[in-house]
Ligand binder design. Structure first.
Ligand SMILES: [Zn+2]
Length: 149
């Protein structure tokens, strides 16, 4: 692929490229809380914070508070993320519903056909487009300048 380094979003919130790897060990409840905010200290230290969290830098002792970000701005990002995450969920539900329908009507062969086709369709067609749109949407969002407290 070789695309990993491209299209990085602003540092104030999660970037598309890094998200992918983080997803596996994201804490439950992250979806409700919204995407993490990448804070870079003046000394260069970095930390991902949830909205509302504050962080005291280990190296220089400055304290950064994500509450300085206006709530309605963060809300926009959260909504955007939720909207984009709803797409794969909705799609999976549709495929599952069709599979259940075929199973109930005794058409097991169609289920075995539908599942691989659905998966291949998702990975080759829908997912790349969806991901690109999400990155574009996120790169239009603001980045904030926090002040140390
Ligand atoms: Zn620092």
């Amino acid at each position: 692929m070789g695309r990993r380094g491209r299209g990085r979003g602003p540092a104030a919130h999660a970037e598309g490229g890094r998200r992918r790897r983080r997803r596996e060990y994201e804490a439950p409840g992250t979806i409700l809380k919204g995407p993490p905010i990448a804070v870079t200290c003046e000394c260069g230290a970095k930390r991902d914070l949830a909205y509302g969290e504050s962080w005291t830098c280990d190296q220089c002792g400055r304290t950064w508070n994500t509450k300085q970000i206006p709530a309605e701005q963060y809300q926009e990002i959260r909504k955007l993320q939720l909207r984009y995450r709803a797409v794969p969920v909705a799609l999976a539900s549709v495929i599952a519903a069709i599979a259940i329908f075929f199973t109930l009507t005794g058409n097991i062969f169609s289920v075995f056909f539908l599942m691989p086709v659905g998966l291949i369709g998702w990975f080759t067609l829908v997912r790349p487009v969806h991901r690109k749109r999400y990155r574009q949407a996120i790169s239009d969002l603001p980045r904030w300048d926090l002040r140390p407290e």
